[in-house]
Write a protein that binds this ligand. Structure first.
Ligand code: ADP
Ligand code: UDP
Length: 238
């Protein structure tokens, strides 16, 4: 039985704990919800539990489709056991529909199709506002090597193809999402989380926003919307 030990880091929404096995961590999903690089923070009751279960379902689905993830299993309502990774300080974003920062950056109208889906790297640094970077920055500043960049691109686009289908079948549109990767024993794994905190999901008919934009834009019913996505894609939240 894996024993939970000292806390290692407290991020904006999750905390990581050491365990009796040095190659494993316990990831705790808290109710804290943040936006605008931590400038807007609130507690949303039940979010930790919803996101823990949501993430477990998505990671298991991705594993079943051949994507290596850090997820091992859920250990409580809001905690999961994961492989301890050396994380790359990079966020990988894929976009199927224009929304958020790309609209401002490129003057695009929200909601237009992006075909083929586009891919962007961001440097994970809240003080700098997570700036967009390209692969040469990754090499020049030592954040990763060519093989890391290639693997992250291939894996993120593969995840997009898998999840687009899953959401489409539930009458949902996967607009965009962010992934983070890391290595253990030289192997690249999908780390962090894939939950409505880190993606945009709209209803296919009405285009109602069901993701963290409800929090960012003060639209209300944040957790109810996360629960709706979950139940539509077949996640048992009980
Ligand atoms: P943030 O870093 O944006 O404040 P979180 O609260 O989600 O967000 O913090 C989780 C932290 O854990 C992030 O820094 C993330 O890169 C890191 N992390 C995610 N998965 C793993 C893993 N398997 N091993 C080690 N670190 C991880
Ligand atoms: N995203 C994230 N964490 C970040 C930045 C972005 O999870 O630190 C997600 C965000 O939820 C969206 C996608 O990545 O699904 C693209 O975000 P965008 O660049 O549009 O930034 P935003 O305008 O949302 O800050």
């Amino acid at each position: 039985m894996l024993e939970k030990k000292e806390i290692l880091t407290t991020g904006k929404a999750k905390s990581l704990y050491a365990t009796s096995d040095p190659s494993k961590l316990i990831m705790e999903y808290r109710d804290d919800t943040s936006a605008f690089d931590g400038k807007k923070i609130e507690q949303l009751a039940g979010k930790g539990t919803v996101n823990n279960r949501f993430n477990a379902f998505i990671m298991e689905h991705l594993e079943s489709e051949g994507v290596k993830t850090h997820f091992i299993n859920q250990v409580s309502d809001n905690e999961s056991e994961v492989k301890k990774l050396d994380m790359l300080p990079i966020e990988c974003v894929v976009r199927n529909i224009a929304a958020g920062s790309i609209c401002k950056r490129l003057g695009l109208e929200e909601g237009i199709d992006i075909e083929p889906p586009t891919f962007e790297f961001f440097y994970k640094d809240d003080d700098l506002g997570d700036p967009m970077i390209n692969e040469y920055h990754i090499y020049s500043f030592g954040w990763g090597e060519e093989k890391d960049v290639e693997e992250m691109k291939i894996l993120t686009l593969k995840v997009n193809e898998i999840l687009r289908k899953l959401f489409f079948k539930a009458d949902l549109i996967l607009v965009d999402f962010k992934l983070e990767f890391g290595r253990q024993d030289g192997v690249m794994y999908l780390g962090d989380e894939m939950t409505p905190d880190g993606c945009r999901v709209w209803d296919r008919e009405t285009r109602k926003k069901l993701d963290k934009d409800r929090f960012r834009q003060g639209l209300g019913d944040v957790i109810e919307s996360y629960q709706e996505i979950a139940s539509r894609i077949g996640i048992d939240l009980k």
